[in-house]
Ligand binder design. Structure first.
Ligand code: ATP
Length: 600
């Protein structure tokens, strides 16, 4: 419940006065409907269905005697016109209110989407290390829709409650005793149906769990579809999917069964109560027929509202787990927040590294319950405008060290310094503005090469774009593409090879003219010829920027000014390329020998 209140407060902040206008509209609609029912009596009396006695229904006899003063040929049309006026007024209000409601609901879902997406973008890297990507898809699609639906249901519940209260007041006014009977029956029914609400909560929890599994499963399976196909794993994946789909189907059926059982329960009791009503009214309370008719009309309109309230309660309960997951995710994002995205899109000024980057006794673990450190006792100096290569076996800690230098993760112990000053949280974002990073698995948007490049440098000229493409050894193949720079790449366009992608991403990185260029296995998919071209580019670039390269292929780093050799999270050797070559017993030489063996 607290979660719903939290989101209702958000809705209040978002909608402001509109929320009250909608509620006022609901009350007005209920009133008009009540008066409409009330007017049925003079109508029926004038037609001659029954005679209304003085005391039977308040104000009615006065109204009827006034109508009787009007000549006969006019009073029926007047009452009928009044009735039509009321109904049309009510329908008009209802129409406007429905439009206002949907605008508010859609506006609120947009607000929640932006709020959640922004919270996710503002969270730090460590937050992402502990989460599955599919969880974000799940939150931003399925759970967000359920939260919006829950909020809408809550408003619907409020409408039903307002309507019920107004209608009950009318009924009370007409006959207090009979209305009391309706209220007591409704309350008893509500107590009986508590069990239904509890069951709805269990089913709601299961819905969240199953849809999370569904999202995670399909995301992971399609990312690994090549492995599935090449290893003939289709059968086992199909049976996993089949079992999950069956569980989802069963869950929805159970939910519908629960809702229909409640409906059935309410309809049956309604029938029994109406019979009981008629019996008690005629034999015990001795109610007049016109009173009884009004009460039955009100009851017939109210009872579905009771069912509606119960139904809304059940449905809201099923959406509570979605409220929970969204709130938890937002709280976690809040705790992991590393920046505030300014609404005007402004960025802090980039830091340019002048002297170099330093690590002093840096220790890091991915989780505090792990005993093994991914980095331990790292003492390192990376001089500005030089090329530093990091090498080592798989799992040695190379990528972790790079993440540390980029301020994506923070040391558990020790510190990172930029030009002799500690890299504080405040400086991290400014530092990242001056970094271009090319990962092992380069990422390109599904759009043209030009747009992909201009994303980092929106004002780049044609000449600058081609210069970056030349430097990354990609100009030649881009020229051969059907639309050159404007060729769409990715799912909807031309498929690039791994090496071509790497080169375009490298061009994009160079175009930004960063102060630090970080390449994490960024040339692994290149052939020797293109790799040599990139080596020459790096050689040229290193005078104007600090280049940090992780490379398994040691030929790539022949021109490095400094080579760092890592093993089990520690630096075990460092120095110039030629110097390390001379240390014949060193790990670097062993790595070289392995590679020479593998290549030879
Ligand atoms: N997200 C993570 N959560 C927990 N442990 C991790 C995570 N990422 C890496 N590690 C662990 O940290 C250690 C260093 O990993 P890292 O990725 O830095 O090695 P690497 O030298 O870059 O390896 P590779 O050359 O295979 O990319 C490894 O033992 C790895 O299992």
């Amino acid at each position: 419940m607290t979660q719903i209140i939290f989101y209702l407060k958000k809705l209040h902040t978002f909608a402001g006065a509109k929320l009250y206008i909608t509620l006022a509209g609901m009350i007005a609609i209920s009133f008009l409907e009540g008066i409409g029912i009330y007017l049925l009596i003079p109508m029926l009396s004038l037609i001659g269905v029954f005679q209304v006695s003085d005391a039977a229904i308040p104000y009615i006899s006065g109204l009827i005697s006034k109508l009787n003063q009007i000549p006969d040929q006019y009073n029926v049309p007047i009452v009928l016109a009044g009735y039509i006026f009321l109904i049309v007024g009510q329908a008009f209000l209802q129409r406007n209110q429905a439009i206002m409601n949907i605008k508010m609901q859609q506006g609120f879902i947009r607000y929640l989407r932006l709020d959640t997406y922004q919270a996710l973008l503002q969270a730090n890297w460590q937050f992402y290390l502990t989460k599955r990507k599919s969880d974000f898809n799940h939150i931003l699609t399925s759970e967000l829709a359920r939260v919006s639906q829950g909020t809408h249901l809550f408003l619907r519940l409020a409408t039903s409650l307002v309507f019920t209260i107004v209608q009950l007041s009318f009924a009370f006014w007409i006959s207090a005793k009979l209305t009391l009977l309706v209220i007591i029956s409704g309350a008893l029914l509500a107590i009986f149906s508590r069990r239904f609400i509890k069951n709805a909560k269990t089913l709601g929890d299961r819905t969240t769990d199953l849809s999370q599994k569904y999202f995670a499963g399909i995301t992971e399976q399609f990312s690994g579809i090549k492995d599935i196909k090449s290893n003939r794993l289709e059968q086992s994946h199909m049976s996993w999917f089949r079992s999950l789909c069956s569980r989802m189907e069963l869950n929805i059926i159970q939910l519908t069964k629960l809702q229909s059982t409640t409906q059935f329960f309410y309809s049956t009791t309604a029938a029994v109560l109406i019979v009981l009503f008629v019996f008690l009214s005629l034999n015990v309370f001795v109610v007049r027929p016109e009173q009884l008719m009004l009460i039955i009309i009100i009851f017939a309109r109210l009872w579905p509202r009771f069912t509606g309230i119960q139904n809304s309660l059940e449905q809201i309960t099923t959406t509570i787990p979605a409220f929970n997951s969204l709130l938890t995710m937002q709280r976690e994002c809040e705790e992991a927040r590393e920046q505030e995205l300014p609404a005007d899109g402004s960025k802090e000024a980039a830091i340019r590294v002048v002297e170099g980057i330093e690590c002093r006794n840096v220790h890091f673990r991915y989780s505090s319950d792990q005993s093994a450190y991914a980095l331990q006792g790292i003492d390192l100096r990376i001089p500005a405008n030089g090329m530093t290569a990091i090498v080592g076996k798989s799992g040695a800690g190379k990528s972790t060290l790079i993440d540390m230098l980029m301020g994506l993760i923070l040391p558990e112990q020790g510190e990172v310094l930029i030009d002799g000053r500690p890299l504080t949280r405040e400086k991290i974002l400014a530092l990242r503005h001056s970094i271009s990073y090319v990962s092992q698995d380069p990422f390109l948007f599904n759009t043209s090469i030009r747009e992909n490049m201009m994303m980092v440098e929106p004002h780049a000229s044609e000449e600058q774009l081609w210069e970056a493409l030349e430097q990354s050894a990609s100009a030649e193949f881009v020229r051969t593409l059907p639309q050159g720079l404007d060729t769409i790449i990715g799912d909807r366009g031309i498929r690039l090879s791994g090496g071509e992608r790497q080169r375009i991403v490298l061009a994009r990185a160079i175009l930004r003219k960063p102060s630090i260029l970080v390449l994490d296995e960024a040339t692994s998919a290149l052939d020797t010829e293109n790799e040599a071209k990139i080596q020459r580019t790096l050689e040229r670039l290193k005078g104007s920027m600090t280049v940090i390269v992780i490379a398994h292929r040691l030929s790539t780093i022949r021109n490095a000014d400094q080579v760092i050799v890592m093993e089990r999270g520690e630096i075990i050797q460092s120095g110039g390329y030629q110097q390390l070559l001379k240390e014949t017993r060193g790990t670097f030489n062993k790595l070289l020998a392995y590679q020479a063996g593998a290549n030879g």
